[in-house]
Unconditional design. Structure first.
Length: 260
């Protein structure tokens, strides 16, 4: 029994060679479709450079018999490419050299250093004013004219030497006096010892009336003691901030005391 074998040889199919396509071919194909839709035979193609290229299709006589009414003839892309190249060649070309430089016209900025204001003169004036004010406060005006009773009166002549000495609480020397320190210091120059505290004066010496009082007697009032200068005057150490001075008797109902 014979067996027959049939060998079938199938040749490989190869895709037919196609002409290479370019972007212009795709552009032309899109233009053809638009022409078929609207039944036009002329297409206007807008190029990227802003120029327009007209495509003219084939006449109806060139259409193959039996073609569909919407079929369009082939577009000559070679001619379209040549036209586009011609347009590009005639377009203006702008070029710049490799060593081109850009200049910016910038005005120079001038920096001016701000001047500092000097306040020293004003400070000096303020200091001088403060010094003058302090001087007026610490050294109040005193009467330079001495009462006539001073002349020939041993107590008042000694007391007048210390006019202008500042009041110092607890002071009993020419560097500074309080009221009782001043009176006791003056009398001590005459060899008479008096109490250091003003509260002890009412218990010493002899009390006299104001009408009988003589210059050099002691004037006492609660918390203060002075030396009588005749008339309505006295010399004493008033209070802090003041100095030894002759002034009017300001005490109400003072006690006059005479010591010897």
């Amino acid at each position: 029994m014979e067996t027959s074998v049939t060998v079938s040889t199938t040749r490989a199919r190869h895709r037919a060679a196609r002409r290479p396509t370019t972007p212009l071919d795709d552009f032309a194909s899109a233009a053809s479709e638009q022409l078929g839709t609207f039944g036009r035979r002329t297409a206007v193609v807008a190029a990227s450079s802003g120029l327009a290229v007209s495509l003219i299709g084939a006449s109806p006589a060139s259409a193959a018999p039996g073609d569909d009414a919407t079929a369009l003839p082939a577009v000559d892309t070679a001619a379209l490419t040549a036209s586009a190249r011609a347009v590009l060649q005639t377009a203006p070309v702008v070029s710049a050299p490799d060593d081109a430089k850009w200049d910016l016209d910038v005005k120079a900025v001038k920096i001016v250093k701000a001047e500092k204001k000097v306040q020293a003169p004003q400070v000096q004036r303020s200091t001088a004013t403060a010094s003058r004010s302090a001087s007026r406060t610490s050294t109040p005006a005193v009467s330079k004219a001495l009462p006539q009773s001073v002349s020939g009166n041993a107590v008042l002549e000694i007391a007048a030497r210390y006019v202008g000495v500042p009041y110092v609480y607890g002071g009993s020397t020419p560097a500074g006096f309080d009221c009782s320190g001043f009176v006791s210091y003056v009398y001590a120059q005459l060899g008479i010892s008096l109490p250091r505290s003003s509260s002890a004066y009412p218990s010493i010496g002899q009390r006299v009336s104001r009408a009988d009082a003589k210059p050099g007697d002691i004037i006492w009032s609660p918390g203060h003691v002075a030396i009588y200068a005749g008339g309505n005057q006295q010399i004493d150490a008033p209070r802090p901030g003041k100095t030894i001075q002759f002034r009017s008797i300001w005490q109400s109902n003072p006690i006059f005391i005479r010591v010897s």
